[in-house]
Design a protein around this ligand. Sequence first.
Ligand code: A2P
Length: 327
Amino acid sequence: MVVKEIIRVGNGQMPTVGMGLWKLEKDLAAKAVRDGIEMGYRHLDSATDYANEAEVGDGITQALNEGLCTREELWVTSKLWNTDHRREHVRPALLKTLSDLQVDYLDLYLIHFPIALKHVPHNQIYPADWIYDLEAETPKMELDNVPISETWAAMEELVEEGLVRNIGVCNFPTALIHDLLTYAKIKPAAVQVEVHPYLTQERLLRLCHDRDIAVTAFSPLGALSYVPLNMAKAADTVLDEPVVRAAADRLGKTPAQIVLRWGIQRHVAIIPKSSNPKRQLENLQLFDFSLNDQEMADISALNRNQRFNDPGEFCERAFGTFHPIYD
Ligand code: A2P
């Protein structure tokens, strides 16, 4: 069941449901990607930081060699890591990603965070971490003074060169999107942010839709991804909410399908991650039912502005560096 529903991104068409690749274990990644494409995924959401791009590339190559789809039918997104924000580092970073993913262009390349960190040469550590020197007596984040305008100009050159079809940003708050629009020669085509029923992001979505910028929701299932990382508690799961359960019962779907369907009915793309084939398939089966207005409103009303992926918190907890970006 190939995902045919799309969201416009610039001149391109991004399938509404993509396969999230964050935390997809290296040894499972190639098979998961190849099998995911066979299952019907046509949108892959990758990033340098996920430390599995070479394996994802193996999966893509297998799928293409087997004729499961063509490169043109696939939508491949990746992201520039924080240590490569300087103009001279952007193109080499993209070339490394292209080589790992074994493709000759990306459909979408995103600035991963509005955070510039001191460059780490790729031949020293790849991918680089948040921490500059893991061997240091007191490992910490080392910030670099690079304005986003410099990084964006280098991203625009990649479009002009035909290496990427669209560019955009991740984890940007509205004020930074406004600022970027003041100087961008090539407008950001897409913004990727955390969105789920506990963080509905009404205003950011409205701004992006008003400006014709596509939105991709990461962590569309909410806390689940973060429980094993100690960044959320099991009790934070939205899947046990009575309004989600009631819709699941009415429609004969799983709570996860209800939460994902709520996401796409808000006209955003979603990129659920699963390394389990049964759940991967479940997360694609979202197009033979719909939530009614009351169910949409009830699920949206669960919002509590609860962000699980916040560098202002995890960087301080993990690396002792206080660096908030959303306030
Ligand atoms: P698993 O990989 O074992 O399936 P997110 O995309 O929000 O990061 O969510 C990923 C998390 O949600 C992972 O822990 C994943 O576990 C789990 N998950 C993905 N799909 C489903 C589903 N349909 N039902 C329940 N849990 C799911």
